[in-house]
Design a protein around this ligand. Structure first.
Ligand code: ZN
Length: 242
């Protein structure tokens, strides 16, 4: 099975369209989405529509969905995220809100488990930022591979009984006797200093994973954020990839 895995789209329709265009030519069998379709960007409804159009096998909830549907207190969020969540609530219809409410917080698919943040308490949306965090999540998982988002920084960690190791390449063949924690990066607001949209392709038969990057029309995405009177910083950070 070849999976196209996307996460942290954040209402950025320009980025999402380019990513889905690439995936449409990549012989994908199933689409998986790791949450945060909405929040920060100016096109949350359009991004929901585009994600639904892929007929994703699984969409799990991110903290921004939970903020919008009021399952997560606004105190959890910084000021920019809070402003964006309040704006997003107003921008969505009742059926769109109902769709966000339908997402589970974790899900299994084959030899993989999907969670937005980390596995120790998924409803706390903790970040996996180092080897120790990755080791903890891999030791909780029943599955060999854990796919995450949330930090907006693509990473691949391999884990064995000696600990976790951050791998430096973007594509790997997964070894049988190891576990993996794979952050697929962010479609709509990358924060690793590379402004290009990120996504992943996972081939469960060949056991290969590739993290891909693709340029998109950042200026249009920025212009829409400013026109929507969302915080200016949310537009500026897109060009910097922070
Ligand atoms: Zn996010």
């Amino acid at each position: 099975m070849r999976y196209g895995i996307i996460s942290d789209i954040h209402g950025n329709l320009e980025a999402l369209n380019v990513v889905l265009g690439e995936l449409s030519t990549a012989r994908i069998d199933e689409y998986l989405c790791l949450g945060d379709i909405v929040g920060y960007g100016a096109n949350p409804a359009e991004c929901i529509e585009r994600v639904r159009w892929t007929k994703p096998k699984i969409v799990i909830a991110g903290n921004h969905e939970w903020g919008v549907i009021q399952r997560l207190d606004l105190d959890y969020f910084n000021e920019w995220a809070r402003a964006a969540i309040l704006w997003t609530r107003d921008a969505l219809s009742k059926p769109e809100i109902d769709y966000l409410m339908s997402f589970n917080i974790i899900a299994s698919e084959g030899d993989a488990i999907l969670v937005h943040g980390s596995l120790e308490t998924p409803t706390n949306f903790n970040y996996i930022v180092n080897e120790g965090d990755a080791f903890l999540t891999a030791s909780i998982a029943d599955e060999a591979v854990t796919f995450v988002g949330h930090t907006h920084c693509p990473e691949i960690y391999s884990i064995d009984l000696n600990g976790a190791k951050r791998l430096s390449k973007n594509s790997y063949t997964l070894e049988k006797d190891k576990r993996y924690v794979i952050n697929v990066g962010s479609v709509g607001q990358p924060r690793d200093g590379d402004h290009r949209a990120a996504y992943a392709i996972y081939d469960s038969e060949n056991r290969t994973v590739e993290i891909k990057r693709v340029s998109y029309d950042i200026e249009t995405a920025k212009r829409k954020i400013l026109a929507a009177h969302l915080p200016e910083y949310l537009a500026l950070r897109l060009s910097k990839g922070i």
